[in-house]
Design a protein around this ligand. Sequence first.
Ligand SMILES: Nc1ncnc2c1ncn2[C@@H]1O[C@H](COP(=O)(O)OP(=O)(O)OP(=O)(O)O)[C@@H](O)[C@H]1O
Length: 276
Amino acid sequence: MTIPDSPLPIPASAEPIIDVRGLDAWYGRRQVLHGVDFSVAPGEIRVVMGGSGSGKSTLLRHLIGLQKPRAGAVRLLGTDLARAGARELLALRRRIGVSFQGGALFTSMTVGDNVALPLREHTRLDENTIRIMSRLKLEVVNLGGFQDLMPSQLSGGMVKRAALARAIVMDPRLMFFDEPSAGLDPVVSAELDELILQLRDAMRMTIVVVTHELESAFKIADTITVLDHGRVLMTGTMAQVRASDNERIQDLLNRRPREVEVDVDAYLRRLTEEEA
Ligand SMILES: Nc1ncnc2c1ncn2[C@@H]1O[C@H](COP(=O)(O)OP(=O)(O)OP(=O)(O)O)[C@@H](O)[C@H]1O
């Protein structure tokens, strides 16, 4: 079953925050996304799930404009990425927050200066306002008062939260998270889930999360898109995904491993194709 559009009850007047149509992506001669439709409504938390290599990161890179589609269109906040000029793209980037796996802090700066960085780079606000805004965002992620510490003085979970404070310091309307719980213990990971829910509720953000963590996905997602071999298998609510009779989806939910590729020739051929 494929439900390309959001299954949530959305007012007809609400323009999707993200609208992807027929997205194809290739690496060399190998196609890794096949006609992906992906549309996210204002205020929605969408989780993207799929096995390793299913195309989640590739989709994310197209959504934030790091890769250009071979075919299809990506519209964010009403802007068609392929048609936007440099200024329009810059304005758009300021309205988007990204929290990537490796999104570490700069170790030579205090936590407060790390959080303030986007404001110093992209705005002309005075230093006092910048300091107040950074501290407020540190409070949002439960790190109020930590602004003068160095990143090395924080735990792994605190570093993640500080990086999140930096990602939201410009009040983005749209946030992307890539594997937010990776490498975190279950308690810290659950705290981060809570934070993601708070961001949506308190700051009215629209949020896309790529994750392998089923527990986290079921806790935070309004809707889930399941990718498999570069295709959308389904977009639905948690209940719809759970009730799906698609074998691949059930494998994913029950953590059943996919058949291991044993055709060495095909594997080597693919590698050479990728290099070509
Ligand atoms: N830079 C690249 N060059 C060539 N092939 C790539 C590149 N990046 C990804 N691929 C291939 O594209 C396919 C999709 O990869 P992608 O990283 O988007 O999947 P994923 O679902 O994010 O995987 P994972 O969960 O393991 O991170 C995979 O087969 C991968 O090997």
